[in-house]
Design a protein around this ligand. Structure first.
Ligand code: FE2
Ligand code: FE2
Length: 155
């Protein structure tokens, strides 16, 4: 999705979520590109932290703002909720044993899974939110404030 083409009512909220998506995708690549075990571990833990914050602001603020806008959106939100749960299970497994032999497998599955989820969000959910002209200005401000708070807690 091209950020510059998002209407003003949705630009800030969707743009911020897309920035988060870009940031983790960059880290997925960095994990793949390094052969260093310690670096893999620290990248993996950074991804887990970023994804946990991102999922929390989506679940607490973004998804509820879209709930009830339309049947198709509600179906997407249900699916997103299930996908978040699967991601959380993988995150928990990684955080439990970030230096273990299963890190590579867990992280690879997490990155494939989250990449798919990101494509669905941007390609379907965000597009539908724009089409439905949902005003997300207050949502953008609330998400930014909550993100700030969560980053401080987990830093
Ligand atoms: Fe999500
Ligand atoms: Fe997302």
């Amino acid at each position: 999705m091209d950020k510059s083409k998002i209407p003003a009512d949705q630009a800030e909220a969707l743009g911020a979520l897309m920035d988060d998506h870009r940031a983790v995708k960059k880290l997925f690549k960095a994990f793949k590109d390094t052969g260093d075990r310690h670096e893999k571990k620290s990248i993996a833990l950074e991804v887990c932290q970023q994804l946990t914050v991102h999922a929390t602001i989506e679940e607490e603020i973004f998804y509820p703002a879209l709930r009830g806008v339309g049947d198709d959106i509600d179906d997407m939100l249900d699916e997103a909720q299930v996908e978040h749960q699967v991601a959380k299970d993988l995150i928990a497994a990684i955080e439990e044993d970030p230096a273990g032999d299963m890190l590579e497998a867990n992280f690879t599955v997490l990155s494939e899974y989250v990449s798919h989820h990101i494509e669905e969000e941007e390609g379907e959910l965000f597009k539908h939110a724009i089409k439905a002209k949902v005003n997300l200005r207050d949502v953008a401000a609330a998400m930014a404030a909550r993100k700030e708070e969560l980053m401080q807690q987990t830093a």
